[in-house]
Design a protein around this ligand. Structure first.
Ligand code: G3H
Ligand code: 13P
Ligand code: ZN
Length: 309
């Protein structure tokens, strides 16, 4: 099974009323944990790489490890740039073998976002690479940039048809109240499903993407706090809300923070229970198993893409 772009995957997800998990990858254990979990559930997969991940691990290492994971699992896997900050980064990822990119012009004025997205789409489509764009702005931390709640903004449904038509993008990330990171809501979690509904009416059949979609699973927050961490007030998107979004037009659900919690929680637990251990393979085995378990849970209980590979 070769690396694929997101076209067919999203078409099937839209029609089937489920979503594909887009999991952020930064190292070998995370890649192995995700792909092994997806293999066990026979699920299609998006592995996404941020600019920060490329800086940390280097493009070529991530690419070669993902190629190894595809050879090992024989799953349909999209390799996607997460939050591409500019044309050059998107071009570098396309030239370097990614099958999908996100150009994140969500902080730009409407016309500038269209112009930048259009430029990426033209380069990408000539090379059979799909493009995700964003309208509206999520709060939270991404790539060291903190977007405050005041600077965030919901997607305006009246803009989406013009944006999709003029850019030619293949999927659209929208802001309906989720945010990046482990601290998502001050009070009661609330998502603007009315915006999602209105967007999907205006763009029938068009794949929508949900960022900031970790549930910040309480058992892992507890594990971190129990073993010396300090994350009071961590809160994520309730799983039933994600299931509802997946049954609607949302075809891609982005998950990073929950993986970070699982990885770190397992390492904290391992080190607390085995203070004499200093072989990284011992605690990284637990971390990788934590990722695998988390991904299986998401696939079966949240995304509904089990058995769809
Ligand atoms: O939305 C951001 C993702 O969680 C990636 O985070 O930029 O720290 O790698 P990062
Ligand atoms: P979380 O921080 O909720 O995992 O969101 C990740 C994300 O949107 C990556 O683009
Ligand atoms: Zn994101």
């Amino acid at each position: 099974m070769p690396m694929v772009n997101s076209k067919e995957m999203f078409k099937k997800a839209y029609e089937g009323g489920y979503a594909i998990g887009a999991f952020n990858v930064n190292n070998m254990e995370i890649i192995q944990g995700i792909t092994e979990g997806a293999k066990m559930e026979n699920a299609p997969l998006i592995l996404q790489v941020s600019a920060g991940a490329r800086k940390y691990a280097k493009h070529v290492y991530l690419m070669k490890m993902i190629e190894a994971a595809i050879a090992d699992t024989d799953l349909p896997i999209v390799v996607h740039l997460d939050h591409g900050p500019d044309f050059e980064t998107c071009k570098s990822c396309i030239d370097g073998g990614f099958t999908s990119v996100m150009i994140d012009g969500s902080h730009l004025p409407f016309e500038e976002n269209i112009a930048l997205t259009r430029k990426v789409v033209e380069y990408a489509h000539d090379r059979n690479v799909t493009v995700e764009a964003e309208l509206g702005r999520l709060a939270g931390v991404e790539d060291d940039v903190k977007v405050s709640a005041e600077d965030s903004s919901y997607t305006r449904p009246e803009e989406v048809e013009e944006f999709a038509t003029r850019t030619g993008c293949d999927s659209l990330a929208i802001a309906i109240g989720t945010s990046h990171g482990a601290f998502k809501f001050k009070g009661e979690p609330k998502l603007r499903f009315d915006i999602l509904e209105e967007v999907s009416k205006r763009l029938p059949g068009f794949p929508i993407v949900l960022h900031g979609a970790s549930s910040v699973i309480p058992s892992y927050v507890d594990m971190i706090n129990q073993y010396g961490g300090n994350m009071p007030g961590a809160q994520g998107v309730p799983e039933e809300m994600l299931r509802k979004a997946a049954s609607m037009a949302v075809c891609k659900i982005n998950i990073d923070s929950d993986l970070r919690l699982a990885f770190t929680g397992e390492i904290r637990k391992h080190m607390a229970e085995h203070p004499d251990h200093f072989d990284p393979r011992q605690y990284l085995t637990d971390a990788r198993n934590g990722i695998r378990q988390m991904v299986r849970h998401k696939i079966v209980n949240v995304l509904g893409c089990n058995g769809k590979a």
